[in-house]
Design a binder for this molecule. Structure first.
Ligand SMILES: [Zn+2]
Ligand SMILES: [Zn+2]
Length: 345
């Protein structure tokens, strides 16, 4: 089968290869991939900013249909549609694994970086970390965004404290920011999405998807916050993975406010004024991927249509167009690029 494989360091170390179809073992599902999204993490792998065990098929955000099962797979059967928590190969025995926080397991092996992922015709995943997509859903492709949405759910439901009406600033209107904005809306927050002048389209989409306000400059952002809470933002969410965005967040957050760090700086050092944390008595929360509990919450929100993932799928490509897909993500030409192996012929 065809697969997008990272096989060596350097930008030439990636390509569309012919690889054997994966074989499910005890408790696993073999899934025919309907759609697999490109995540910032895949771009970090491509650029060698995040460790991958090579060779490995990339891709951890997907939706697909079960074509084969092996051993005890609970309620799952051939024909079911599924999505899966990516860090699905973990030790299973440490305190984090037992609590469903598999992403924090020291032994965690995520699909798409440690074991073969979903940018291929087929992927194999454990049943116990998979979740069903309702059969009756007509367009299942947006479910490929379940994982990045649930990254926002983990932050909004399991890391920061949110009270209805809290003023939340999401800095960075990329796909993680727009998905996190929707997660915070389901918690009853007042959400302002901030970006740059160049982000006009993204900020418009933020409004369409339910943001209460948007800002394309620091002045505008301060004004929008002042109108609803003169003390400042209750919660700031860094979702741009940019040092200046982090500095802006620290500037507009209120005294005793909370900072949620959803971004990822690709291992780079970042300069900001640390004393702000002391002076404002801030609570800073890291938020790393997802947990089993956040998938339960997130899948319920998606299935009950409390959020809208479809408008974020802006480019569907065959696997063979992988270069174009990655370039579109790097050049910010698309919100979410998904590979649909059915388009390859
Ligand atoms: Zn991802
Ligand atoms: Zn573990």
């Amino acid at each position: 089968m065809k697969a997008i494989v990272k096989f060596a360091l350097g930008e030439d170390g990636m390509g569309l290869l012919d690889v054997p179809e994966p074989i499910p073992h005890e408790g696993e599902l073999k899934v025919k991939v309907l759609a697999a999204g490109i995540c910032g993490g895949d771009v970090h792998c491509m650029k060698d900013e995040r460790l991958a065990i090579m060779p490995v098929t990339l891709g951890h955000e997907f939706v697909g249909q079960i074509v084969e099962t092996c051993g005890d797979v609970g309620d799952f059967k051939v024909g079911d549609w599924v999505v899966t928590l990516p860090a699905c190969y973990s030790c299973g025995e440490c305190d984090f694994c037992k609590a469903g926080m598999v992403t924090l397991c020291a032994e965690r092996k995520s699909i798409g970086s440690y074991v073969d992922g979903a940018m291929a015709e087929y992927v194999v995943v454990p049943a116990k970390y998979s979740f069903k997509v309702p059969d009756e859903v007509e367009d299942k492709i947006p479910y490929a965004l379940s994982e990045p949405f649930i990254v926002g759910v983990h932050g909004a439901y399991e890391r920061v404290r949110v009270n209805p009406g809290d003023v939340v600033v999401v800095s960075g209107p990329g796909q993680i920011g727009l998905l996190a904005m929707q997660a915070f809306k389901t918690r009853g927050a007042y959400v302002i999405v901030s970006g740059l002048k160049a982000d006009a389209d993204r900020l418009n989409l933020a409004l369409q998807l339910g943001a209460d306000a948007v800002a394309d400059s620091m002045e505008k952002l301060k004004e929008e916050i002042r109108m609803v809470n003169p003390a400042g933002a209750d919660i700031v969410v860094e979702a741009a993975s940019h040092p200046s965005s982090l500095r802006d967040c620290l500037e507009v957050v209120k005294v005793r406010g909370q900072l949620l760090y959803l971004g990822y700086f690709g291992g780079r050092d970042v300069t900001f004024r640390f004393d702000t944390i002391h002076e404002k008595e801030l609570d800073i929360y890291g938020s790393n991927s997802t947990t089993m509990a956040s998938w339960e919450i997130g899948m319920k929100l998606i299935n009950e249509r409390k959020v809208d993932l479809a408008p974020l799928v802006s480019m569907k490509l065959p696997l063979s167009d992988w270069k174009r897909g990655f370039e579109a993500v790097i050049n910010k030409e698309a919100y979410k690029v998904v590979f649909c192996p059915d388009m390859d012929e």
